[in-house]
Design a binder for this molecule. Sequence first.
Ligand code: SAH
Length: 233
Amino acid sequence: MNYPFAAVGIVHSPYKEKFGIPRQPSLAPAADVSVELLPPYNHPDTVRGLEAFSHVWISFVFHQTANRGWQALVRPPRLGGNAKVGVFASRSTHRPNPLGLSLVELRGIDLSDGVRLQLAGADLLDGTPVLDIKPYIPFVEARPEALGGFVDGPPPSLHIVWSEQALQQLAALPAPPAALPQLIEQVLAQDPRPAYQDDPQRVYGVRLYDYNIRFRVADAHAHVLEIQLAAPN
Ligand code: SAH
């Protein structure tokens, strides 16, 4: 059976490409993400009362990878990229139905022009179609006794070292987004590299807003090498 769904909103996010996006929400709280509701849902009535909730569930489409299919077994990055678990035992983006679910902090609701939900620390790509929004109900959904399987506890994080060059480039940016340095640190601390790569010389680039952040990782330290202006998309 098919159930056609239409997006109720669209994501605006500093994450312009998949690489570098934290693997779950809340890991980079400096990420300033918003969901713009689309007509006919962009009416204040649809969110009346939502401002009293601190967190919301966002259901969305993994639109950028939606056509890549799925497999019964996946290799979660948390298991080092070697061990396999079932797709339904994972939060893999490659699923029979490419649906994502993120619990995110709701910082505010902007009703000045349509409806825009301001979120903190969402793991969402710019342009992600949002299918649904629901308030998070702590007395039902907060389960501290729950077992976390192979993801029990936060991942280890890297220390950040800024190069002189990167600091100078940061200081020279004409109008940097608020909290850009914090976002860079939080994103790199997550170690965005693929699980099987550990080459201390290899230079990676992660795109945040209109900037390309070049870095490398050695001995549990992420070295911020350069901040370059990327071509806007
Ligand atoms: N919290 C969600 C997502 C977990 S996977 C859930 O559990 O369902 C997180 C990854 O989703 C991120 O690392 C990012 O690379 C990827 N992602 C985010 N938005 C996406 C999109 N629109 N299309 C494809 N992948 C996306």
